[in-house]
Design a protein around this ligand. Structure first.
Ligand SMILES: Cc1cc2nc3c(=O)[nH]c(=O)nc-3n(C[C@H](O)[C@H](O)[C@H](O)COP(=O)(O)OP(=O)(O)OC[C@H]3O[C@@H](n4cnc5c(N)ncnc54)[C@H](O)[C@@H]3O)c2cc1C
Ligand SMILES: *[C@@H]1O[C@H](CO)[C@@H](O)[C@H](O)[C@H]1NC(C)=O
Ligand SMILES: *[C@@H]1O[C@H](CO)[C@@H](O)[C@H](O)[C@H]1NC(C)=O
Length: 512
């Protein structure tokens, strides 16, 4: 493991450092106060979802209050964290749950606690839908649920929890320690490798194989594993093991969300960063200055605002949106190389909202009331991925009209828009049928491309992290990495790029 930290990246850093020092022989020893201000970068960020707004927040902490930070947004602040209004009440339409071990999101909710009320999600009844009926359902009674779980899955539930607790979280949590020390990584491989070689190895195998290797049963993998992957990523247990492990961790208790909607976190971060929001779609990024060997570049960002094309210039540019799978694709011009030599195709997800009543016939129930609040599917060819009963995100809102008493608001995840007949199979009576389409997250497979965080000098790509796993906390980890990387490169802190400081981490390395 140690060998890789002293390989190419290190040598490159030394060479770059040498060039930098030799081309500016005196700039380091006579920096006056005003010159110091001039050395502050102009930073542009494209996208104001969780990634862009948290990047702005971290960059502000690193570069101080005088640096210029602009953030471009073509749609709404929050991006894939967004609410939908049904009958006067808002519901989460995109990213909906946060895990208690998500350090940064927990930290943000504390930093902005005046604006952040956390809603906790207590696990309700959960059902698994097989080919044409509900094949497993938890009970209101914990003892009965445990008995049913042991009957069907033996000790698998105990095993999966100890696997995430002992093998996943302790290694995953190392990234927080590295980031506290200011360490940054140029590639997703290096970032995962820093957590542990086995974390990177998981991206090379399916979650199915990883779980079987960890001693879980085939039945557990085919049922609960499939349910988790279909619900969280619209995919199967063929996804790679890292995203699979993130997905399995989300099955545990301790989930919460933000009153008013999770997009509030992005709004708070934007406010806290004091960055300037430019409500515009960026169409083109041009490389306009590129001083060989010095890493000194400028980018011209062209954007469309009220029918006109404008432009601004930056020294550091952060892409905080997926490069594929967005309708707002960016043209990169005047670069000597292709900026995006990788592929990162995105998976489409449809979220369907209805206010209505479950069709009990389809689920073989005596009464629609027996339907569990969360139902997951486990077969690849079932036309929907999961159905969940929804609670509004805001306790102050009042419904516009009172729906029939046997109606509830349901969110169904699907991989495509269903036919009217399919909707009828799920709900025999309904109103307010609504669809939200997402280019949701990457299409995951073992050994897929893991794009780099650095696309060119001082041009960074936060959403590369999504090839490991898309989730709000993961994107924020990606933002912190990119903010540190930009800062370390700007300041010449090359020892904090792709390097681990062995003494400070040696204690917990011994357990590898
Ligand atoms: C249906 C669904 C459910 C999910 N559930 C969860 C969950 O329960 N928990 C969880 O942790 N995560 C969940 N996720 C994942 C989570 O939403 C993402 O990981 C996270 O929100 C990504 O944030 P981001 O800022 O990187 O991207 P985005 O939120 O997509 O933000 C990118 C922003 O960039 C803007 N943009 C794009 N191109 C341009 C341009 N050319 N010019 C200007 N602006 C541009 C877009 O308008 C967008 O607002 C879910 C995702 C989906 C789709
Ligand atoms: C990588 O993971 C696979 C699947 O879990 C496992 O079989 C293999 O032994 C691992 N390789 C290393 C080098 O750890
Ligand atoms: C309810 O589902 C059954 C079969 O699953 C279907 O035949 C029936 O048409 C559905 N009801 C409605 C109102 O669509």
């Amino acid at each position: 493991m140690a060998a890789s930290w002293f390989s190419g990246q290190y040598v490159l850093s030394v060479v770059v450092l040498f060039l930098l020092l030799s081309s500016f022989p005196s700039s380091f020893d006579k920096v006056s106060c005003t010159e110091e201000d001039e050395m502050l970068p102009r930073i542009g960020i494209i996208g104001a979802g969780l990634s862009g707004t948290s990047s702005a927040y971290f960059l502000r902490q690193l570069f101080g209050k005088k640096a210029t930070i602009d953030i471009f947004e073509a749609g709404k602040v929050g991006g894939r964290a967004a609410v939908i209004n049904i009958n006067g009440l808002n519901y989460e339409a995109g990213a909906s749950v946060i895990h208690k071990n998500n350090h940064y999101l927990v930290e943000f909710s504390q930093a902005f606690r005046k604006n952040t009320v956390r809603l906790s999600h207590s696990p309700g009844m959960v059902g698994l839908y097989g080919t044409d009926d509900i094949l497993f359902q938890t009970s209101d009674w914990l003892a009965i649920t445990l008995a049913k779980l042991v009957w069907r899955y033996g000790t698998d539930f105990y095993n999966i929890q100890s696997w995430t607790k002992n093998h996943i979280f302790p290694k995953f949590d190392r990234i927080y320690k590295f980031q506290d020390q200011g360490l940054s990584f140029t590639t997703v491989e290096d970032l995962l490798g820093a957590m542990g070689e086995d974390m990177l190895n998981m991206t090379k195998h399916s979650i199915k194989d990883v779980l079987l290797d960890a001693g879980l049963s085939q039945r557990f993998v085919d049922e609960f594993g499939m349910a988790a992957m279909r619900n969280n990523y619209g995919q199967t247990t063929d996804v790679h093991g890292f995203v699979g492990a993130v997905s399995m961790a989300g099955v545990e208790p301790g989930l919460w969300s933000v009153e008013g909607g999770n997009q509030r976190i992005a709004e708070n971060l934007l406010w806290g960063s004091k960055a300037t929001l430019v409500e515009a779609k960026v169409s083109t990024v041009a490389l306009i200055k590129d001083e060989l060997g010095t890493g000194s570049v400028s980018y011209e960002v062209e954007y469309e605002q009220s029918g006109k094309t404008n432009s601004r210039e930056y020294d550091i540019l952060i892409l905080a949106m997926p490069l594929e799978g967005t309708k707002n694709e960016i043209n990169f011009v005047d670069f000597p190389v292709k900026v995006t030599p990788f592929s990162q195709p995105f998976h489409k997800i449809v979220t369907m909202f209805v206010q209505g009543r479950i069709n009990k016939t389809t689920f073989g129930l005596n009464s629609a009331d027996d339907f569990p609040p969360d139902l997951f599917t486990i077969n690849r060819d079932t036309f929907f991925n999961s159905i969940g009963k929804q609670s509004p995100v805001d306790s102050h809102q009042k419904p516009e009209k009172s729906p029939p008493s046997d109606y509830a608001v349901w969110k169904t995840f699907l991989n495509q828009v269903p036919s009217e007949e399919q909707v009828g199979k799920l709900f025999d009576k309904y109103e307010d049928l609504r669809f939200v389409d997402w280019m949701a997250y990457p299409e995951y497979k073992p050994n897929m491309d893991l794009p780099p965080f650095m696309l060119y000098d001082r041009l960074y790509y936060v959403n590369a992290i999504e090839s490991a796993a898309a989730a709000m906390e993961m994107n924020v980890i990606g933002s912190k990495n990119v903010a540190l990387l930009a800062f370390n490169q700007w300041q010449g802190n090359f020892d904090k790029i792709d390097e681990l400081h062995l003494p400070s981490v040696s204690n917990d390395k011994s357990d590898l």
